[in-house]
Design a protein around this ligand. Structure first.
Ligand SMILES: NC(=O)c1ccc[n+]([C@@H]2O[C@H](COP(=O)([O-])OP(=O)(O)OC[C@H]3O[C@@H](n4cnc5c(N)ncnc54)[C@H](OP(=O)(O)O)[C@@H]3O)[C@@H](O)[C@H]2O)c1
Length: 268
């Protein structure tokens, strides 16, 4: 059974979800949404043939899942708008980074709240999302939330205390890959490749390596060992990365992102 969905806040992530749901077989009448600017609501309604307005309270009525996809700083104003309108048989599914389920429960009462941390790859249906239950969530609620998010990638259940780690690893994750890709492209150009060729080779290398990670049973370490012959070119490159503390740098970056996520959460 496909739960009906209202998406409140249709920016990058909200639109990815609307598009993903329709692409996965949801009918336009089963998806509604609200965004802040009326012109954008009109354009989105025309494109997706769904009811999309500027009235979050109006579009959430009767929906099985109410998705909050506004920026964390806009959550309090949205909660003021929808207070008293969310029913206990609806699931509130929040994508807002760092905002605890307790914040929603305090504003909305004994409502099942599921907090999720997706990532930007949801835009191409290749996201990975961690979901965590709030106080009033039962198994069926989590299943409903997972069904919705599976339209844009894979979903795993976790304890809410682990969502800061998820934020730092997969929420922030695409940026680690992008910065590595940027650096590789610049290095390729320094080695003499024209920019357009460098970009094609790096983009496809990242894509191919990603497929190897997800589509073989080999671990990252095994795949790396496979391409590292003794005395070879990869071994020379790995030696430089190790010498300059690449792994420790990545660990520190993830730790900093997790700490920042906790900091933002404590002020939400
Ligand atoms: N993008 C990601 O990769 C990512 C990853 C993980 C989690 N998230 C979470 O997903 C949420 C959305 O992120 P985003 O990148 O999609 O942000 P975004 O592009 O700024 O989209 C938010 C949308 O919500 C609209 N909005 C704000 N207040 C509203 C209200 N009261 N009623 C209706 N619409 C309202 C905004 O309108 P305006 O255009 O007028 O501002 C905007 O269109 C955030 O909480 C973020 O933490 C995003």
């Amino acid at each position: 059974m496909r739960p009906t969905v209202a998406v409140l806040g249709i920016g990058a992530m909200g639109e990815a979800l609307v598009a993903g749901l329709l692409g996965a077989g949801w009918q336009p009448e089963d998806v509604s949404g609200a965004t802040r600017r009326s012109e954008r609501a009109r354009v989105l309604a025309e494109e997706y043939r769904c009811t999309i307005t500027t009235d979050p309270r109006g579009v959430l009525a009767g929906r099985d899942v109410v998705v909050v996809a506004v920026k964390p700083r806009d959550v309090p104003a949205l909660l003021d708008q929808i207070a008293g309108a969310v029913e206990a048989d609806q699931v509130l599914l929040s994508l807002a980074a760092g905002v605890p389920t307790a914040t929603f429960e305090a504003a909305l009462g004994t409502i099942p709240v599921v907090r999720a941390m997706p990532n930007t790859a949801a835009l191409v249906g290749e996201g990975v999302t961690g979901i965590a239950p709030g106080r009033y969530v039962e198994e069926g609620h989590l299943e409903r939330a997972a069904t919705v998010l599976e339209a844009v990638g894979i979903v795993r259940r976790l304890d809410e205390s682990l969502l800061d780690a998820v934020t730092a690893v997969s929420g922030t994750g695409p940026a680690y890959v992008f910065v590595l890709a940027e650096a590789l492209i610049e290095a390729a150009i320094r080695e003499g490749l024209p920019r357009d060729i460098a970009e094609i080779f790096v983009h496809q290398t990242v894509r191919g390596a990603g497929h190897l990670l997800t589509e073989t049973d080999l671990s990252a370490a095994e795949l790396r060992a496979q391409v590292t012959s003794p005395g070879g070119t990869t071994a020379a490159a790995m030696h430089v990365l190790e010498e300059h503390g690449f792994r420790a740098l990545v660990e520190d970056a993830v730790q900093a992102a997790a700490a920042r996520s906790r900091e933002l959460g404590s002020t939400a």
